[in-house]
Design a binder for this molecule. Structure first.
Ligand code: NAD
Length: 473
């Protein structure tokens, strides 16, 4: 068992003021995998003071210095790829082979890209005598969930450091360990003290203090819409910048001129990835009535190809959910779908055979889902796909937009041009065209209650910059 009851503050491990701890449970077997400290207000003060002290020097570092640091961190991460994989898989349940490729290698590659953007932060643009100059925002608090814990961290830390900001990171209670591994790397490469600080803690207890702290200039939050609202409320009196990456209930329109089998395969695989715990998962599949029955049959077959089991088995495609609490939430939504009258095509509330101790669920598909059902409106955050039918493309667009969320959407049509034409009418931050995938070069973020602000790429970097205008004529 791992015992990590220190915080990473001012470039070193510091004993907490708090004596409270958090048990981190392995969702595959229900056993405690690690114990970490739970920060209190004094710990928060120390971490923020460290970031505040480091800010003047780091914000004045050169673009090549910041770029070199990001590359050095990425190089060290690469040598510890197995360690990152092991702790992520053991704390949130993703099968190791998928965790390694998608969650760890993908994060290292994505983090490295911010090294190429450091000069943007120092650049100036002169248009008609008005100079736009950029400055780092200041001390940033980064709060993350547990579903892609390393990717979500580097999607915030990369642009923050590239911009010249200093950081206090607070990982989710379920998945704190990758943040501490990254802290070890900052020690190993002798990074400037205080630019990156890590405290673990219980979000709804320390969130208000952390997010309202007068020395914090920005909070970047990824998590549920409910917690995101609390973060914004706490930050409002001190007029901080708040970037919210929240929930989703993303629609996927398959036009009646699309190649049905690959289109359905893409949608089912997308929803089942990471045991359905992906904020931009395409959980509402919209199929033309003339192809509906065929699509449901194909979807059933593809969902049943999944092998559910222990995350360390190389042939497993779906591990447990991240916790028993999450398992209960998903199973209660499945019960709700059945009681609302949707047709259970595969899966359901039963536990997968021989998997009664971990937080497992079966890949589940509902057909005959209508937009007014709870399962069509609420984010389930599990491997549950709702298939809905439409008569006209206008109706499909109306159903797609019938949600409080607007994180992502997808369209599969006869070609990219027609898919984009449909996608333009859906209110969502990203649109996956003809079976494309999440790409860390593309700005990512929500319309409506899926959040505000953008992560990744140049737009993600800009969130961490203030613009200063010099009017010269
Ligand atoms: P959550 O909101 O409960 O927790 C997320 C993080 O917020 C954790 O670190 C938690 O400790 C912290 N937190 C909780 N209450 C807080 C408060 N009042 N103040 C400050 N911090 C607080 O979410 P979760 O259940 O862990 O994660 C799942 C949710 O995250 C889903 O709704 C999912 O869609 C969303 N999510 C969104 C994105 C995105 O980029 N849009 C990505 C991943 C997950």
């Amino acid at each position: 068992m791992i015992r990590n009851t220190s915080f990473f503050i001012n470039g070193q491990w510091q004993q907490p003021h708090s004596s409270k701890t958090i048990d981190v449970v392995n969702p595959a077997n229900g056993q405690v995998f690690a114990t970490v400290a739970a920060a209190n207000e004094k710990d928060i003060d120390s971490a923020i003071a460290s970031a505040k002290y480091a800010f003047p020097k780091w914000s004045n570092s050169t673009a090549p210095e910041r770029s070199d640091l990001i590359h050095a961190v990425a190089d060290a991460m690469q040598t510890r790829i197995e360690q990152f994989t092991d702790v992520i898989s053991a704390t949130m349940g993703c099968p190791k082979h998928l965790a390694k490729d998608i969650q760890v290698q993908g994060s290292i590659d994505a983090f490295r890209k911010f090294a190429e953007l450091t000069d943007v932060a120092k650049s100036q643009q002169n248009e008609n005598g008005i100079i736009h100059a950029f400055s780092p925002v200041g001390v940033c608090v980064l709060i993350n969930p547990w579903n892609y814990p390393l990717s979500q961290l580097v999607g915030k830390l990369g642009p923050a450091l590239a911009a010249g900001c200093t950081v206090v990171a607070k990982p989710a209670e379920q998945t704190p360990l990758q943040d501490f591994l990254l802290a070890e790397i900052f020690i190993q490469i002798d990074a400037p003290a205080g630019i990156f600080n890590v405290i673990s803690g219980i979000g709804n207890e320390i969130g208000p203090y952390l997010c309202s702290h007068p020395d914090v200039s920005m909070v970047s939050f990824t998590g549920s819409t409910t917690a995101g609202i609390e973060v914004a409320k706490a930050a409002a009196p001190s007029v901080k910048r708040v970037c919210q990456e929240l929930g989703g209930k993303s629609p996927y329109i398959i036009a009646n001129d699309a190649d049905l089998e690959p289109a359905v395969r893409y949608g089912v695989e997308d929803v089942m990835l990471n045991t359905g715990q992906t904020c931009n998962a395409l959980t509402r599949m919209l199929v033309h009535e003339s192809q509906y029955n065929e699509a449901v049959n194909v979807a059933k077959q593809i969902a049943e190809e999944n092998k559910v089991g222990a995350p360390d088995s190389p042939d497993v495609t779906m591990g447990p959910l991240s916790s028993v609490k999450q398992q209960e939430r998903v199973r209660s939504h499945i019960k709700k779908g059945i009681s609302e009258g949707a047709t259970l095509v595969t899966g359901g509330v039963d536990l997968p055979k021989k998997l009664t101790t971990g937080a497992y669920v079966l890949p589940t598909i509902f057909a005959d889902v209508h937009s007014d059902m709870v399962i069509a409106q609420e984010e389930i955050f599990g491997p549950v796909l709702c298939i809905m039918s439409y008569q006209t493309i206008e109706q499909a667009i109306e159903i797609a937009n019938d949600t409080k969320y607007g994180l992502s959407c997808a369209v599969y049509a006869k070609d990219a041009e027609s898919a984009i034409e449909i996608g333009r009418q859906i209110r969502a931050g990203q649109c996956y065209v003809q079976g494309s995938y999440f790409n860390t070069d593309a700005p990512f973020g929500g319309f409506k209650q899926s959040g505000n602000g953008r992560e990744w790429g140049i737009e993600g970097l800009k969130e961490y910059l203030e613009v200063q205008a010099f009017i010269t004529q």
